[in-house]
Design a protein around this ligand. Sequence first.
Ligand code: COA
Length: 163
Amino acid sequence: MQIRPALEADWPSIWPFFTTIVDSGDSYAYPLDLDLASARELWMERPQGRTTVAVDDEGVVIGSATMGPNRPGRGAHVATASFMVDPAVRRAGVGRALGVEMISWAREAGYRAIQFNAVVETNTAAVALWRDLGFEIVGTVPEAFDHATRGLVGLHVMHKRLV
Ligand SMILES: CC(C)(COP(=O)(O)OP(=O)(O)OC[C@H]1O[C@@H](n2cnc3c(N)ncnc32)[C@H](O)[C@@H]1OP(=O)(O)O)[C@@H](O)C(=O)NCCC(=O)NCCS
């Protein structure tokens, strides 16, 4: 597996698992009616940040991350990111590799911390992974996410200092 910057040509390979993940309704509060073009704007257009892909040995895109400043201006010293791994290759280390690479990028880019704004509290895999990579839950917004099968659940704000 390799992590590299995403190219525009990668988007058609990201879209199938992007839409599967968003439609499953258990991890992302994105608009419900995203089509291929509007989803691309959300995931690929990051002028001050970047989007990465994880590719397997045959060059197939199996995961992606998008990252950049969490806030503009006076909040721009804190980074944020989003991650998606193809459900066909879960629990094989792809999410961890994307996360580790994102933390290195943020550190090298001079960010002081990373903040994940909306980690669904029932998203066991994500919460475990981010804790393992040194993130702490600094708070949980109650009932902020309308989970497709579990109803209203909380959103964790997760934070990691880099300096
Ligand atoms: C969260 C996500 C990115 C993890 O990607 P992944 O490639 O499956 O994760 P990894 O194989 O790298 O696992 C890393 C660690 O996460 C945790 N983890 C992963 N899947 C897990 C599961 N099903 N149950 C419990 N812990 C899990 C473990 O701590 C694991 O480490 P270990 O395998 O050494 O025990 C992936 O599940 C995903 O894309 N989910 C949908 C979108 C999403 O939730 N994005 C994050 C939003 S904050």
